[in-house]
Design a protein. Structure first.
Length: 296
């Protein structure tokens, strides 16, 4: 237990307390926001926790063991802090959350009560409601590998080991036009084959939507332009001239890993799994019965 936590415990035991809660929200794009339910701003750990932010919390449920801690945050939408545009754009999805119990007279007396991420966010009549998910929530994710023909790795991840930053796999180009924040037109980008970016990722680099990402559904190539369509429309509008980064896509097949990425040594699938016909096969007098490979 730190000195600050010990001092806070002594303060709680005194019976006369000056307490508040402070919230730190760190988005995945690196932006950090601080809030407090006190009537004055507080500052510690290099973060200013703004008062009058309209952010409150329901009862925080915590437990021992591996059960999931949970709570929710309720607040008013504010252009200066949490805006409707940013929520719709998904900028707060999966953001890290820390909650402290603080002695507002001496902020060094504080205790970290909760650490986790933001889950589902809902908007109702100019306000928002955010689900808080504890660290144990990560244990609800499927673990381990799947025995299947196709690769189970994500392109460029620790298992794949492909350097997506290489020029042959990534392109940056200005948008010529867009439709519904879903279909984007570019110059032909002739250095990249047709459908090169299908199943890849689009990331906005400049403009108001900078930092937003989407998965690519289609990569169409016409005579004088290239059109990229994403699965879900971006939550914030992009404008002609905004720079976008396009990453190559992978269909998880071994042949693609070999010929498109030259990365077959890191292929994470099992391409020689016998098919369904083999499961119902039976011994015969003819044919190959030497115990050799069935895939040849």
């Amino acid at each position: 237990m730190s000195a600050g936590e010990q001092a806070l415990d002594a303060h709680l035991a005194s019976g006369l307390t000056t307490l508040c809660r402070c919230w730190l929200v760190r988005r995945r794009d690196g932006k950090t926001l601080g809030f407090t339910d006190h009537d004055r701003d507080l500052s510690f750990e290099g973060v200013v926790f703004a008062a009058d932010s309209g952010l409150v919390a329901s009862a925080l449920q915590q437990s021992t063991g591996l059960s999931v801690d949970n709570s929710e945050a309720i607040g008013a939408l504010s252009n200066a802090a949490i805006s409707e545009v940013d929520i719709r754009a998904g900028r707060f999805d999966g953001a890290e959350v820390q909650i402290w119990l603080v002695n507002w007279v001496e902020p060094d007396m504080r205790k970290l009560q909760f650490r986790g991420t933001l889950g589902e966010l809902q908007q109702v009549d100019g306000a928002f409601r955010a689900e808080l998910r504890g660290l144990a929530e990560m244990l609800n994710q499927p673990q381990g590998r799947i025995y299947q023909r196709d690769c189970t790795a994500l392109l460029g991840d620790r298992s794949c080991k492909l350097a997506l930053s290489a020029a042959e796999f990534t392109a940056e180009a200005p948008i010529l036009s867009q439709s519904d924040n879903r279909v984007f037109a570019f110059a032909p980008l002739e250095a990249y084959d047709r459908t090169w970016f299908e199943r890849g990722r689009l990331e906005v680099v400049t403009g108001e939507a900078a930092g937003l990402q989407a998965l690519i559904k289609n990569d169409r190539w016409y005579d004088n332009r290239r059109e990229i369509e994403v699965w879900e429309a971006l939550g914030q509008s992009v404008q002609p001239g905004d720079i976008v980064r396009l990453e190559a896509g992978c269909d998880k097949r071994m042949s693609t890993c070999r010929f498109k990425f030259n990365n077959v040594k890191n292929f994470q699938g099992f391409p020689f799994i016998p098919g369904d016909d083999w499961l119902v096969s039976y011994p015969t007098r003819g044919g190959q019965n030497d115990g050799g490979s069935l895939s040849s």
